[in-house]
Design a protein around this ligand. Structure first.
Ligand SMILES: Nc1ncnc2c1ncn2[C@@H]1O[C@H](COP(=O)(O)OP(=O)(O)O)[C@@H](O)[C@H]1O
Ligand SMILES: [Mg+2]
Length: 230
């Protein structure tokens, strides 16, 4: 009985993604971009991060995903500290304008990059998840619409089965209907994935996430709901 209760207490205080005291200054920069930043994200939660241009949003995603190493602080998942290398495996990042970086000559080849073995079934499931079930795998990525290209970029990451999906300005440069397209894609991933979205269009993602943060002067603060509604 006592053990059962203890087990309950330990699991109930398990923090999923936990950033503690993150400080980062690029070697080529003269000031800290991120200063003693703390952030917690629950499993299968979707959070929004906004902030002015140059406030450090992309840098934060690069830190979380292990692409750059902060000078101070730690990042853990379920109370276990993860190295940069572990986080690279753990995270799937869709950078801003991902379509610029496609290197596969066809959709099928783009999806298979980096995979020695990939079951056709996995491709089928992922394409269905991102709403590209009817796509011809022999289509060159540049012939897809803007919204479809973004979906393909998300599919590439989902095939890696990431624990956390990081999306940097997923709607940047898209027209209104394509923006809604991406919103629907994220809605489809809701409750199944832990997702961090960097956006300057928080209103667009209303209803997907109720947690929104602002990066300012190297730090992050939670915004009250009314700050991002209207
Ligand atoms: N490697 C670097 N060297 C020097 N400054 C950098 C480097 N990377 C980013 N910065 C600076 O850090 C700030 C934050 O950049 P970034 O994370 O790209 O902002 P955001 O994504 O919010 O627009 C900017 O002022 C940028 O110029
Ligand atoms: Mg950026």
């Amino acid at each position: 009985m006592v053990i059962k209760r203890l087990k309950f207490i330990t699991t109930s205080i398990l923090i999923m993604l936990d950033l503690k005291g993150i400080t980062y200054q690029p070697q080529t920069g003269d000031k800290k971009i991120i200063k003693n930043l703390n952030l917690k994200v629950d499993e299968n939660e979707i959070i929004l991060i906004c902030g002015d241009s140059g406030s450090g949003k992309t840098t934060l995603l690069e830190i979380i995903s292990g692409l750059i190493k902060p000078q101070k602080g730690g990042i853990s998942w379920k109370n276990k500290v993860l190295s940069c290398r572990q986080r690279r495996w753990f995270c799937g990042v869709v950078f801003q304008f991902p379509e610029r970086y496609f290197i596969g000559t066809t959709v099928g080849k783009e999806l298979k990059i980096g995979h020695k073995f990939l079951r056709e079934k996995s491709i089928e499931i992922v394409l269905k998840t991102v709403g590209l079930a009817d796509i011809n795998l022999r289509t060159p990525p540049e012939q897809l619409s803007g919204g479809q290209q973004r979906r393909l970029a998300v599919a590439v990451q989902l095939l890696r089965n990431p624990t956390i999906l990081l999306l940097d300005e997923p709607t940047a440069g898209l027209d209104w209907s394509m923006k809604c397209d991406i919103k629907n894609l994220i809605l489809n991933l809701k409750d199944k994935n832990t997702i961090i979205i960097v956006t300057h269009e928080p209103k667009l993602f209303q209803g997907i996430s109720s947690k929104m943060f602002l990066i300012e002067k190297g730090n992050i603060k939670k915004l009250r709901k009314e700050n991002h509604e209207g």
